[in-house]
Design a protein around this ligand. Structure first.
Ligand code: 5GP
Ligand code: ZN
Length: 137
């Protein structure tokens, strides 16, 4: 087994568990972006969003909400980011589907992904129409 997260599920690699149910496991990220940064994973191995089964996706989404509530109660963040990376260009480094739950505080600079800028509404309208046309593709 060369998947780090499958090895964590199997107990071969230790982790700091935050939540577990039949279909999912959540544990603290070893390199946290902020205090309490947790990762929620399905127990079923799938590399990414595209290969994950709908049932495992739904279970992971439900567990994500539970973990967000646990973090809300536990570290009292001002906000929480949910982040899910697919592919190396998107920052995915572990190829077992996972959802990051990242507590946030004003000015913490934990994530710096979006830069403010002028919105090109015409380009947005074209892109949104193009995306709607590709629904289900
Ligand atoms: P990705 O970059 O694939 O979206 O996120 C993978 C995350 O897994 C990273 O934030 C990284 O810190 C975390 N990670 C990688 N290996 C381990 C590990 O062995 N234990 C824990 N707890 N987290 C890990
Ligand atoms: Zn795996």
């Amino acid at each position: 087994m060369d998947c780090i997260f499958c090895r964590i599920i199997a107990g071969d690699i230790p982790s700091h568990k935050v939540y577990e149910d039949d279909a999912t496991l959540a544990f603290l990220d070893i390199n946290p972006a902020s205090q309490g940064h947790a990762v929620v994973i399905p127990k079923e191995h799938a590399a990414d969003l595209f290969s994950l089964s709908p049932d495992a996706l739904a279970a992971t989404a439900k567990a994500t909400q539970t973990v967000a509530r646990l973090l809300q109660r536990g570290v009292h963040p001002e906000g929480i980011n949910i982040l899910q990376n697919n592919g190396p260009s998107a920052g995915q480094s572990v190829f077992h589907y996972h959802v990051h739950v990242i507590p946030r505080w004003s000015g913490d600079r934990a994530l710096g992904m979006w830069k403010p800028g002028a919105t090109d509404h015409a380009a947005f309208a074209t892109l949104a129409a193009q995306l709607r046309g590709g629904e289900g593709a």
